[in-house]
Design a protein around this ligand. Structure first.
Ligand SMILES: Nc1ncnc2c1ncn2[C@@H]1O[C@H](COP(=O)(O)OP(=O)(O)O)[C@@H](O)[C@H]1O
Ligand SMILES: [Mg+2]
Length: 251
């Protein structure tokens, strides 16, 4: 069974069809990349999967369960996490505090229990801190844990966002252009990190413009063009597909 099943998905913004009749499946535990020109609908697809916007038509199944119009917080609790195309880091907070925000998604204590600081709340806070420390360590950020995010270089902030998305222990991670703005060294490091994420058992859905990165690390690639599926397959098949070359990859 596929971890994610998208069936005949459509999204219109006024007269514009941002996604049209899109169907695909993502098996568990692979790196599945979505590529395509600017405006192809990649970010919109992520917004539909996390129900930031409801689709105009079609359905989405995750782990055999329909999540099409589920509230975003419930989708997150089922184990779908994401990073954003534009950095979403709280600059006034430390690195670890930024990551702890991601863990709170899973916390169970109610407002009243938190306000009077029941022992269970204190235990839970310790657990949240421990999960955040683990996520920072996984991303190689332990030494920056207590540094204010504002002082960190851009490359580390991008990693910090990855750490936060991992802190909620996702089963499916959506990454929207994680390499944008990174230099070659940072991109190579990110490549390693994405592989490590997959190897730890998480399924990665990757939107990325850096084609050498995509072709190097993806198990499967799907090409979107004007909101429609143009091709999908192994990286090698995509690189050799004449339609894809003409529409997107170039000569
Ligand atoms: N909230 C929105 N309202 C109106 N149009 C939108 C909205 N979000 C995206 N679009 C349009 O949908 C199309 C796909 O955008 P997007 O998903 O951001 O593309 P990509 O991420 O592939 O560059 C674009 O034409 C964009 O202008
Ligand atoms: Mg985008």
């Amino acid at each position: 069974m596929a971890l994610l099943d998208v069936k005949n998905l459509g999204k219109k913004f006024g007269g514009l069809k941002a996604i049209s009749d899109l169907s695909f499946s993502v098996p568990e535990n692979i790196i599945f990349s979505i590529i395509g020109p600017n405006g192809a609908g990649k970010t919109t697809l992520f917004n539909l999967l996390t129900n930031i916007y409801p689709p105009t038509s079609g359905s989405i199944f995750y782990n055999g369960r329909e999540i099409t119009r589920m509230p975003p917080y419930r989708i997150a609790r089922l184990g779908i996490s994401r990073t954003f195309q534009n950095l979403q880091v709280f600059l006034n907070m430390s690195a670890i505090e930024n990551v702890m925000v991601g863990c709170h998604l899973r916390s169970k204590s109610g407002l009243m229990a938190s306000a009077i600081r029941l022992p269970s709340v204190i235990r839970e806070e310790k657990e949240v801190r421990r999960m955040a420390e683990k996520a920072l360590e996984f991303c190689g950020l332990s030494e920056f844990s207590h540094k204010p995010a504002a002082g960190l270089p851009y490359g580390l902030l991008k990693k910090l966002e990855v750490a936060r998305s991992l802190a909620s222990k996702p089963r499916l991670l959506l990454m929207d252009e994680p390499a944008a703005g990174l230099n070659d060294t940072e991109t190579t490091e990110l490549c390693g990190l994405i592989r490590q994420i997959r190897d730890s058992g998480i399924t990665v859905l990757l939107v990325e413009h850096n084609m050498s990165l995509v072709m190097e690390i993806s198990d499967k690639v799907l090409v979107l063009n004007y909101g429609k599926l143009l091709a999908h397959g192994a990286p090698k098949d995509i690189q050799e597909n004449p339609e894809v070359v003409a529409a997107y990859l170039g000569e």
